[in-house]
Design a protein around this ligand. Structure first.
Ligand SMILES: Nc1ncnc2c1ncn2[C@@H]1O[C@H](COP(=O)(O)OP(=O)(O)OP(=O)(O)O)[C@@H](O)[C@H]1O
Ligand SMILES: [Mg+2]
Length: 271
């Protein structure tokens, strides 16, 4: 079929929807019901979609943190969040977000990613839902809720997230990365190290291994043209001692290390 035929078919289909909508009062009623349902639940649906997308990132954060970010209960002035946001808006490729525990490195990173990458997609998804509602074409044998579900792709979340948090091992793994075979066999998750934004949360908290220097070098090599955030409690000296100079040299050339000092934002200590 030529492109012209394709466009013609789409126009004919749209016309069919329009004709049905004007000629069938039951379809008008259904459209009104679906529209009302969406209007009432739109905000909840968007939060739920955002929440699911954040969780699908694989970030190892407490459930309450996903809720807080999805509901906008976020301190937008926070230094970790600001550092992550500025980095994501910059031309830099690497950020080492170092600092004391609990200063908001992981939370701020995910909140910045939510703001800049995920929310726009959720908004686009909502606009798509609305466009589809406007086009009608509902199934009268189904309820308004079922019709709305038909309109809203159930796996919208899977397509919302262009990035993944990756557990250190996961991020360093590739199908051909033999040194990590044992860990994989023990169930270490394989991350996708080609995502547009990769977060390696808690660098240097993984068990020490004689392969980690090579693994980090390989990862950095792979990420030279993309954005990567490392969060870590380790000092520059510890990172140097543990991963050698080569990876740090490349990261420093294409990025920055930011140190966030301060008290933990967590509520309290058990001891
Ligand atoms: N910008 C923020 N707005 C609201 N709450 C925040 C913010 N940043 C952090 N918090 C709160 O502080 C807690 C600790 O933050 P987070 O887990 O990001 O710390 P961290 O720096 O990654 O710590 P660690 O080094 O121990 O991994 C979060 O669970 C969250 O409740
Ligand atoms: Mg953390």
């Amino acid at each position: 079929m030529s492109t012209i035929d394709g466009v013609g078919a789409v126009i004919a289909e749209l016309q069919r929807f329009a004709d049905q909508a004007t000629s069938n009062p039951k379809l008008d009623e259904m459209e009104a019901a679906v529209r009302e349902l969406w209007r009432r639940h739109r905000a909840d649906e968007m939060r739920r979609t955002l929440r699911a997308a954040l969780e699908a990132s694989g970030a190892k954060l407490p459930a309450a943190d996903f809720d807080a970010i999805a509901c906008g209960r976020v301190d937008a002035e926070d230094r970790s969040l600001t550092a992550a946001r500025l980095f994501l808006e910059s031309d830099l490729n690497f950020l080492v977000l170092a600092g004391d525990f609990g200063v908001g490195k992981s939370f701020g990173t995910l909140a910045a990613i939510a703001e800049l990458y995920v929310k726009p997609r959720v908004r686009q998804w909502a606009a798509d839902v609305e466009a589809k509602i406007a086009l009608g074409g509902f199934d009268l044998s189904k309820s308004p809720a079922e019709n709305l579900a038909l309109v809203a792709p159930p796996d919208a979340t899977a397509r919302v997230m262009p990035l993944s948090f990756a557990w250190w091992l996961g991020s360093a793994l590739s199908s051909t990365w033999e040194p990590w075979r044992e860990e994989r066999a023990r169930g270490a998750k394989q991350g996708n190290r080609s995502v547009p934004v990769l977060v390696v949360d808690d660098l240097a908290s993984e068990p020490e291994s004689d392969r980690e220097t090579a693994a980090l070098e390989a990862l950095v090599e792979h990420r030279l043209t993309r954005k990567t955030i490392f969060t870590t409690n380790a000092s520059a000296a510890v990172l140097r001692g543990r991963y050698g100079l080569r990876a740090g040299d490349r990261i420093g050339h294409l990025g920055r290390r930011v140190y966030i000092e301060g008290p933990s934002r967590r509520r309290g200590s058990a001891w």
